[in-house]
Design a protein around this ligand. Structure first.
Ligand SMILES: Nc1ncnc2c1ncn2[C@@H]1O[C@H](COP(=O)(O)OP(=O)(O)OP(=O)(O)O)[C@@H](O)[C@H]1O
Ligand SMILES: [Mg+2]
Length: 266
């Protein structure tokens, strides 16, 4: 698992400070929830953890985000390796224009995994598949199960991913993200576009997966934070106001956190 340390991190869009001078260590193997009202910098913080900030013009990043001791914002950092280590689940799923199975196979193909790599990664015996193709089939099943989607799609693996419901697409996105075995999973309001049942399925998957991955989740839904969080970061207007084990939500020290938890601001 990866150690993530944020040091003196300031992120600006043009002259606007979206995040100001953050310092924080993110706990391994837990669900950390980034909580706060709209516009407070939650997505910006998440983006700065895998350099999605690069996609925006006029963005400037000061300070460091260290993952396993390496500053990912260093221009010399290996971006492909970073994106493999840190998976991302957006607010709305975007299935690739291909079959359900190919969506899951996509990452392992890009990373040119061999039959042996695949079997080792999914913990299957070395003789479980005779060919790379057969190993990929096992991989597809493995990650669809981890994402809680296998039973619903096992009979139509070759149908387009886009035919699935939004809730199923989000679980497919999770399977796709898991298939390259990231160490960290970032998720930006991953259930906000989903119906309550699908949202609950995704939440359950996160709870099951946290043993193995460090999960960092953005939400502005306080109840979701209470259900899922081991650790909470409360942001307000670009500032980290309070952070710690989730239990601090029961007795916040800062008046801004109290106002948020008490429903006076949302
Ligand atoms: N690409 C951008 N260009 C300019 N300003 C931006 C950009 N993205 C975000 N901002 C500004 O930076 C601040 C933080 O935005 P961010 O998207 O991180 O907030 P958020 O907490 O995720 O909000 P929400 O809950 O609405 O998603 C806001 O004031 C926003 O307007
Ligand atoms: Mg956001």
């Amino acid at each position: 698992m990866s150690r993530i340390a944020i040091r003196n991190l300031t992120v600006r869009y043009g002259k606007h400070d979206a995040l100001r001078n953050m310092n924080l260590d993110i706990p391994d193997g837990k669900i950390t929830v980034i909580l706060g009202p709209s516009g407070c910098g939650k997505s910006t913080l998440l983006r700065s953890l895998n350099r999605l900030t690069d996609l925006y013009d006029e963005v400037s990043v000061e300070g460091q985000v260290l993952i396993d001791g390496e500053n990912i914002h260093d221009p010399r950092a290996d971006l492909l390796a970073l994106r493999k280590k840190v998976g991302f689940l957006p607010q709305r799923p975007f299935p690739l224009p291909m079959s359900i199975a190919d969506n899951v196979r996509f990452g392992p193909r890009i990373h040119r995994m061999t039959r042996e790599d695949i079997l080792r990664q999914i913990g299957a015996p070395a003789d479980a598949a005779a060919s790379r193709h057969a190993a990929m089939d096992l991989l597809v099943e493995h990650y669809l199960k981890q994402a809680g989607l296998w039973e619903e799609v096992r009979d139509r693996l070759h149908a387009p991913g886009a035919n699935l419901s939004i809730g199923q697409q989000q679980r497919l996105a999770l399977a796709r993200a898991l298939a390259v075995e990231p160490e960290v999973i970032l998720a930006d309001e991953p259930t906000s576009a989903l119906d309550p049942i699908s949202a609950q399925l995704i939440e359950k998957r996160f709870q099951a997966l946290k043993e193995k991955y460090t999960i960092i989740l953005v939400t502005h839904v306080l109840r979701q934070a209470r259900r899922l969080a081991d650790y909470v970061i409360f942001l307000y207007m670009g500032e980290m106001v309070e952070h710690g084990p989730a239990s601090f939500l029961n007795s916040p020290r800062d008046p801004r956190t109290r106002a948020y938890v008490g429903g006076e601001i949302s």
